[in-house]
Design a protein around this ligand. Structure first.
Ligand code: GLN
Length: 207
């Protein structure tokens, strides 16, 4: 927990898992989205179970899902995060984070690979092959507003076979799902933290 945290009853405390990956970019976007919504947002880097205390939401950033999964076990965060999310804490996984939230992985899951195992989706890792490992595209995301969202995909997964309780928030032109929500759980295959557009972070704050 940061010593600099100044909390009032209206402060939203949002955690960003900070064991690997691009957590600093998420923290910056959360602060900007908070300002835009006139919300009092305090961002906390999460590295140990005590950091989860009184969190109003948590982001699991992009990175390498196998590495983040192992670190979640090492830092004793896997079970506590799963439990908080099961009890309603908003949880948003981007890219590797989305893979960690999926209940199923299409091929490619190594035996015993740790997972938060929360959302009724099947994630396919590195779904875009080598040439297309990374690309950018404008997508319609009606949940966050009319204007298309510029999205960045980096060795991204897709979400296949989403269950009935899962709402699709965005698809590619070919219909493949790249953003989904199941109640308090949010998964995006792209990286909204790497653009100037903080509407997705605002959407999460509103959850
Ligand atoms: N390819 C990575 C994985 O499988 C995810 C990449 C990312 O988070 N940008 O974990």
């Amino acid at each position: 927990m940061g010593d600099s945290e100044v909390l009032t009853p209206s402060t939203l405390v949002i955690g960003v898992l900070a064991v690997q990956g691009d957590f600093a970019e998420h923290a910056a976007m959360l602060r900007r989205a908070g300002v835009a919504r006139a919300l009092d947002v305090s961002v906390r880097e999460v590295r140990k179970p005590a950091d989860l205390a009184a969190l109003d939401g948590l982001i699991v950033p992009g990175g390498e899902s196998t590495t983040i999964g192992k670190l979640l076990v090492l830092y004793k965060l896997l079970g506590p995060i799963r439990e908080r999310a099961q009890h309603g804490m908003p949880l948003w996984g981007t890219c590797a984070g989305a893979i960690l939230m999926a209940q199923r992985i299409a091929e490619g899951r190594l035996e015993g690979q740790p997972s938060l195992d929360l959302m009724d989706i099947t994630a396919r890792r590195n779904a875009f092959g080598r040439q297309l490992d990374s690309f950018e595209v404008d997508l319609d995301v009606p949940a966050i507003g009319e204007a298309p969202l510029h999205t960045v995909f980096i060795r991204a997964p897709i979400l296949e076979a989403a269950g009935k309780a899962v709402a699709t928030l965005a698809t590619l032109a070919d219909g493949r799902i790249v953003a989904a929500q199941q109640g308090n759980l949010l998964a995006t295959c792209f990286h909204p933290e790497l653009t100037g557009d903080h509407r997705f972070h605002r959407y999460f704050l509103e959850l």
